[in-house]
Design a protein around this ligand. Structure first.
Ligand SMILES: *[C@@H]1O[C@H](CO)[C@@H](O)[C@H](O)[C@H]1NC(C)=O
Ligand SMILES: *[C@@H]1O[C@H](CO)[C@@H](O)[C@H](O)[C@H]1NC(C)=O
Ligand SMILES: *[C@@H]1O[C@H](CO)[C@@H](O)[C@H](O)[C@H]1NC(C)=O
Ligand SMILES: *[C@@H]1O[C@H](CO)[C@@H](O)[C@H](O)[C@H]1NC(C)=O
Ligand SMILES: *[C@@H]1O[C@H](CO)[C@@H](O)[C@H](O)[C@H]1NC(C)=O
Ligand SMILES: *[C@@H]1O[C@H](CO)[C@@H](O)[C@H](O)[C@H]1NC(C)=O
Length: 435
C-alpha cells in the first residue's frame, strides 16, 4: 500500500534570526502546582529536542540556522520534587548538547550529591524575601519561578544578538484552565520560548512587574501580563502540550496535528502513553523514534486501502489505527475522547478542540484496531522502519456496511519511511505501509 502524501511536506516554519531563541523557560509550573495543590499532586514534563522546529535564519544561511546550542533551557523545580522528575529529565537532556540550568528553592540534599553529570547543572534561586514587595506577594513561589528568567540572564555572557521579540507557547487543552488563568498565556508546564532580545528587554522591568502584579498566583500570568505591557503577545505553537487532561491520552497523541511536537507535561496525571510500559519507560520508548526523525514524531497521517475499505491513521513513532471503513480525514483528525477532564468541576465545553467517541454509534465500523510502537530501526539503506504491535483486540463483529473485511487477524503494522536529512526544510517523502 503506497501513499505519497502520508507525511505532509510542510514542516513548521518560522522566520527568526539565528541565535534568537536563547532562552526557553520550561516546567515553570512544576513547582507551582506542587505548592498550590500540595496534596501529593506531582507534575512532570518532557520536552522533545527542539532543534527540528526549523527556526530558519533570516538569511537562509544553513550554517547560521538555529540549533540546540542556541537554546538555553531554564527548568524550574524544587528540591522536593526533583527525585520523581529525574527519569523524565534524563530522557531528553543531552549532557554537552542541551544548555541550561535547573533552578531549585534550596541546595540539593545529600541524596542528590554528587550532582549527576547526566543532569542540568543546578542553581538555587535568589531569596524572594529580600524583595521590597515580598510582604504583598500572594504566592512567593510564583515569583521565585518567574525570576529564574532574570537570574539566568545574569549568568549569561552578553550575547550581543539582535532579533525580534518572540513569546512562543501554547494555551491549555482545557477550556476551564484557560478560563481560570488566561486565554492569552503560554502554559509553563508545557514550556515556552522567549527570544533573546525579548529577555533583554524584560529583565530590567521584571521586578517592577512583580510589584504591579503582586496579587497574581501563577508565574505564567506574571510573565504574560508583563509581556503584554511591553506590547508583546503570545505566538501560539501547537507542539507544546500542557496536558491538562487525565487518563488515557492515546487518542489525542494519535491525532496529533501537523506541528512538530515540542513537549508533554503532566505525565504523572495520565496513564502511561504506551499501555504495556510504565510512565518512565513510555517516555524513553517514545524517545527512540526521535533519534531517527523528530520532525515527524506523532504527526498524524491518513491513508486508505480500497481493496478492503480500510482507513489507516499513522501517528509516526507512536501508534497506528485501522478502521474497517472509509472515514474521511475531517473525522479522523479529531482525537478519540478517552481522556477525562483535568478538573472534576469542569462542565462542557471541556476541550479546546473537537473530539469523537466512536464506541457509541456503530463501533464495528467507527472504532479502531489499535497498534502501538514496538520498534524503530534503520537498515542503513535509507529507510527508517517502525513496527506497531496490536494492543487491543476489540471483540466486535466486522463492519458489514463496508463489506465485512475484518482486520482482526492483523498483528502488527510496519511503516517504512525513506530517511530524510534531518535539517531539510522540505523533505520529499515517499512512504509505504506494510501490513
Ligand atoms: C550550531 O550552530 C553553531 C553556529 O551558530 C555551530 O558552531 C555549531 O556547530 C552548531 N551545532 C550543531 C549541533 O549543529
Ligand atoms: C562533556 O564534556 C566534558 C568536557 O569536554 C567531558 O569531560 C565530559 O565527559 C562530557 N560529558 C559527557 C556526558 O559527554
Ligand atoms: C526496512 O524496510 C525495508 C523495505 O521494506 C526492508 O528492505 C528492510 O530490510 C527493513 N529494515 C529493517 C531494519 O527492518
Ligand atoms: C465476543 O462476542 C461474542 C458475541 O458478541 C461472545 O459470544 C464471545 O464470548 C465474545 N468473546 C470474548 C473473548 O469476549
Ligand atoms: C466498500 O464499501 C462500499 C459501501 O460503502 C461497498 O459498496 C463496496 O463493495 C465495498 N468494497 C469492497 C471491496 O468491499
Ligand atoms: C456481512 O456479514 C453480515 C452477517 O455476518 C451479513 O448480514 C452481511 O450481508 C454481510 N455483508 C456483506 C457485504 O457481505
Amino acid at each position: 500500500m503506497y501513499s505519497s502524501t502520508l507525511f505532509p511536506p510542510k514542516i513548521h516554519y518560522l522566520s527568526l534570526g539565528a541565535s534568537c531563541i536563547s532562552v526557553a523557560i520550561s516546567a515553570i509550573l512544576v513547582l507551582l502546582y506542587t505548592i498550590l495543590y500540595s496534596h501529593g499532586c506531582t507534575q512532570s514534563f518532557v520536552p522533545f529536542n527542539p532543534i527540528d522546529l526549523q527556526w530558519s535564519s533570516s538569511t537562509d544561511d544553513i550554517n547560521s540556522a538555529t540549533n540546540i546550542s542556541h537554546i538555553k533551557f531554564i527548568l524550574a523545580s524544587s528540591e522536593k520534587t526533583l527525585k520523581s522528575r529525574r527519569p523524565y529529565i534524563e530522557s531528553w537532556w543531552q549532557p554537552n548538547g542541551t544548555r541550561g540550568n535547573i533552578f531549585l528553592d534550596s541546595p540539593p540534599s545529600n541524596d542528590f550529591l554528587p550532582w549527576p553529570s547526566s543532569y542540568p547543572p543546578f542553581q538555587v534561586n535568589e531569596d524572594v524575601k529580600k524583595l521590597r514587595v515580598y510582604p504583598k506577594l500572594v504566592v512567593p513561589a510564583a515569583v521565585r519561578l518567574f525570576r529564574s528568567i532574570l537570574e539566568t540572564f545574569r549568568l549569561e555572557d552578553d550575547e550581543d544578538v539582535r532579533c525580534e521579540y518572540y513569546y512562543i507557547g501554547m494555551t491549555s487543552e482545557a477550556v476551564k484552565s484557560n478560563f481560570d488563568f488566561s486565554f492569552d498565556m503560554a502554559y509553563g508546564g508545557a514550556g515556552y520560548a522567549l527570544s533573546y532580545s525579548l529577555v533583554e528587554t524584560l529583565v530590567p522591568v521584571i521586578d517592577d512587574c512583580i510589584e504591579r502584579y503582586a496579587y497574581l498566583r501563577v508565574s505564567d500570568q506574571l510573565l504574560s501580563s508583563c509581556l503584554a505591557d511591553l506590547g508583546v503577545d503570545i505566538t501560539l505553537e501547537k507542539g507544546f502540550h500542557q496536558i491538562d487532561l487525565l487518563g488515557d491520552i492515546s487518542g489525542l497523541l494519535s491525532s496529533h496535528w501537523q506541528s512538530p511536537v515540542v513537549s508533554l507535561h503532566h505525565l504523572d496525571g495520565i496513564d502511561p502513553i504506551f499501555p504495556s510500559n510504565n510512565r518512565y519507560e513510555s517516555m524513553n520508548h517514545l524517545m527512540k523514534a526521535t533519534k531517527f526523525d523528530q520532525s515527524r514524531l506523532l504527526q498524524q497521517t491518513i491513508c486508505y486501502h480500497r481493496a478492503t475499505n480500510w482507513s489507516f491513521t499513522v501517528s509516526w513513532g507512536y501508534s497506528v489505527h485501522i478502521y474497517e471503513s472509509l472515514i474521511p480525514r475531517s473525522i479522523l483528525r479529531k482525537p478519540l475522547e478517552m481522556f477525562k477532564p483535568f478538573k472534576k468541576s469542569a462542565t462542557p465545553p471541556l476541550y479546546m478542540f473537537d473530539t469523537r467517541s466512536p464506541w457509541e454509534d456503530d463501533p464495528s465500523c467507527q472504532a479502531p484496531h489499535v497498534f502501538f510502537l514496538e520498534s524503530v530501526g534503520t537498515d542503513g539503506g535509507g529507510f527508517v522502519n517502525t513496527t506497531y504491535r496490536r494492543a487491543s483486540r476489540p471483540n466486535l463483529s466486522s463492519c458489514s456496511s463496508s463489506g465485512n473485511h475484518s482486520a482482526e487477524h492483523i498483528d502488527y503494522v510496519r511503516v517504512v519511511l525513506q530517511a530524510t536529512r534531518r535539517k531539510q526544510a522540505r523533505p520529499s517523502i515517499s512512504t509505504s505501509l506494510h501490513i
